[in-house]
Ligand binder design. Structure first.
Ligand code: AGP
Length: 608
């Protein structure tokens, strides 16, 4: 999730100043690299590098670039680590076309090979760089810039918002989008494009939405919107933005956490977009390992637990999950050069996880990682990593990081299972189909269940404690629900494997004690009903997250949240966790806390 801003200003104006200030407002979207390009007649000026905006500005003086037309970019790396050559804008071979991009171009490797065969030189490891070279190719075949751009974009697969400027048409900016956001701003004879309203809100509140599969041409005459597939003009009325800059960053959501919960349909889709080649590399390491440890903390540890169960059930791989701060006691003696560590971390900077990785590395172990922040220490310590593509997660309570990690772990287990051939390709295929359906189900829950979840939060708000119970692959879901609730509402919450609850925890049950069951219709359904009966018999208030139409558990529960789709058991944590995230969010609000910055916590725990 990068930040993009472009502008076409009056002659004599200096776009660089405006771009620089807009990038400041977009830095929350991504901040590992920054770059700007301006066009002044035949002159294309590009300044870019890895680092925060103020660092790059101190080095390159971003305000000092000529020309009334330009584009800027703040990067959130998905392909290619933060480095000068990978930062945006990317240019063509003759430095006449410059492009910035937000999203993931899935077929970039094929396009890159095609263009290299035609003599194009690539400078970066990014997916984005194929765009200026492909446009250059079509322009060299005699096409006008607009048509060359449209033809290029129609060859891209994946999610993207792309903005191009060129000395071919120095007073023009071209942009297009598919899934990734891009909005247009209408000033007084000046025009803007940006990845969200916050970038141009101080300049104008008049905007145009660019829909999926559309491109726009910005020049001194105004803004034209065209259909990508056939260049048909699109008539659209401007809207007026009511938001202030701060809420614009949150895209109208009250908190970053709520925004990030709502982003999970997209972040899960993006998580599943990484190239298969990375999964093959990780899989081959795990398949040739002597032993495998999954190492992580907090929410990442919980997704590791789901991953370990999936690797065992689907691929017959014994991957032991270790809380990172316990690694040196629990696993270091078992670590050899044949050991593979799969470290999981949203930030890639969690000290406990890094210490475990460094300890294992000192024993010659191979380091694999699933990480959201590319360029982070963990990514750099890894032999192979899979990027989560979830975009910046600003809320301290991790949400979309969990679902994107689980999606990647399930895909990895399916990849290894296919290689091992112990599970039928039909079963693996069903799991992968279900995985790709989860973004729609997540969106459905968010669109239809908020009212019910708010009511349950109200009813639980005076509880002195709350317990989460699950079985099998949903023990981690119960643990994650508990973690969200306690770190946001400060209510002492408990989580247990439901079967284990009768060996102690049940002593706490008294009239009205809220017990939340994560209860999909899987092989554990029957046993879970037994656990519900045990709790109910002692007066517990039963709140169940169930599959829609599950009459049996609905009839036993005081309140239910129903998931509108039947799913293979291994995929259920990805979806059943969402109502629990929302429950914790609403309880935090009811309790008058700030869900984005809960007390005593930090987004990335960089101390031991
Ligand atoms: C989760 O909501 C917490 N913020 C915390 O437990 C977090 O998951 C943990 O610190 C691990 O962070 P990481 O994924 O960035 O390594």
């Amino acid at each position: 999730m990068c930040g993009i801003f472009g502008c076409v200003l009056h002659d004599g104006s200096q776009a660089a100043l405006l771009i620089h200030s807009a990038l400041k407002r977009l830095e929350y979207r991504g901040y590992d690299s920054v770059g700007q390009v301006t066009v002044d007649g035949e002159r294309l000026t590009v300044k870019k590098d890895a680092g925060r905006l103020e660092e790059v500005d101190a080095k390159y003086h971003l305000d000092d670039m000529p020309g009334p037309v330009g584009v800027g970019h703040t990067r959130w790396a998905t392909h290619g680590r933060p480095a000068h050559e990978n930062s945006h804008p990317h240019v063509d071979c003759k430095n006449r076309i410059a492009v910035v991009h937000n999203g993931i171009i899935e077929n970039y490797l094929d396009l890159k090979r095609e263009l290299e065969a035609k003599g194009h030189d690539f400078l970066s490891r990014t997916d984005t760089e194929v765009v200026p070279h492909l446009v250059e190719e079509y322009v060299s075949q005699g096409m006008g810039l607009e048509e060359a751009f449209r033809k290029t974009v129609n060859r891209l697969e994946g999610a993207y918002s792309i903005v191009l400027t060129s000395v071919e048409r120095p007073k023009m900016i071209l942009c297009a989008r598919q899934e990734s956001p891009l909005v247009l701003g209408l000033g007084d004879g000046e025009y803007y494009c940006a990845s969200d309203f916050s970038a141009f809100l101080p300049l104008t509140k008049k905007a145009l939405i660019l829909d999926e599969g559309e491109m726009a041409v910005l020049d001194p005459n105004g803004v034209r919107i065209l259909k990508l597939k056939n260049a048909a003009p699109v008539k659209r009325d401007p809207i007026t933005i009511a938001w202030d800059p701060e809420s614009a960053k949150k895209q109208g959501f009250r908190h970053f956490m709520l925004k990030e919960i709502h982003e999970q349909a997209q972040s899960t889709r993006d998580a599943l977009r990484s190239q298969e080649i990375y999964y093959d590399l990780v899989a081959s390491k795990i398949l040739s390992a002597g032993n495998v440890f999954i190492v992580a903390c907090g929410t990442s540890y919980h997704s590791g637990l789901v991953g370990s169960l999936a690797l065992a059930k689907l691929a017959g791989i014994n991957a032991r999950v270790v809380i990172a701060s316990e690694f040196s006691d629990e696993a270091l003696d078992l670590t050899t050069p044949k050991t593979v560590i799969l470290a999981i971390s949203q930030s890639g900077e969690t000290m406990d996880t890094l210490n475990a990785v460094r300890d294992a590395k000192s024993k010659g172990a191979s380091i694999l990682s699933i990480v959201n922040v590319l360029g982070s220490t963990l990514m750099r310590l890894s032999d192979v990593y899979i990027g989560q593509n979830a975009g910046p997660e600003i809320g301290v309570a991790s949400t979309k990081a969990f679902t994107s990690q689980v999606a990647i772990l399930l895909r990895l287990a399916a990849n290894i299972a296919r290689k091992k051939g112990e599970v039928s390709t039909k079963e693996i295929g069903e799991l992968e189909d279900a995985l790709h359906k989860t973004p729609i189900i997540i969106q459905n829950i968010i669109n239809t269940k908020l009212g019910e979840i708010k009511r349950i939060a109200e009813d639980c708000s005076n509880a002195s404690s709350i317990c989460f119970l699950g079985r099998g692959v949903n023990v981690p879901t119960a643990l994650e629900g508990r973690l969200k609730l306690l770190e946001l509402s400060y209510i002492p919450a408990i989580a247990y494997p439901a079967g284990e609850s009768k060996h102690g925890f049940i002593a706490l049950i008294e009239e009205g004690f809220p017990v939340i069951f994560v209860a999909p219709k899987d092989d554990n359904h029957r046993r879970l009903i037994g656990n519900i009966m045990e709790m109910k018999a002692r007066g517990a208030r039963i709140i169940s997250v169930i599959e829609e139409g599950d009459e049996e558990i609905r009839s036993l529960s005081d309140q239910t949240i129903e998931i509108p789709e039947s799913l293979p058991a291994l995929v259920t944590p990805l979806v059943y966790v969402v109502p629990l995230q929302l429950l914790a969010y609403y309880l935090s609000i009811i309790k008058g806390h700030d869900p984005d910055y809960p007390r005593n916590l930090a987004k990335s725990v960089t101390v031991e």
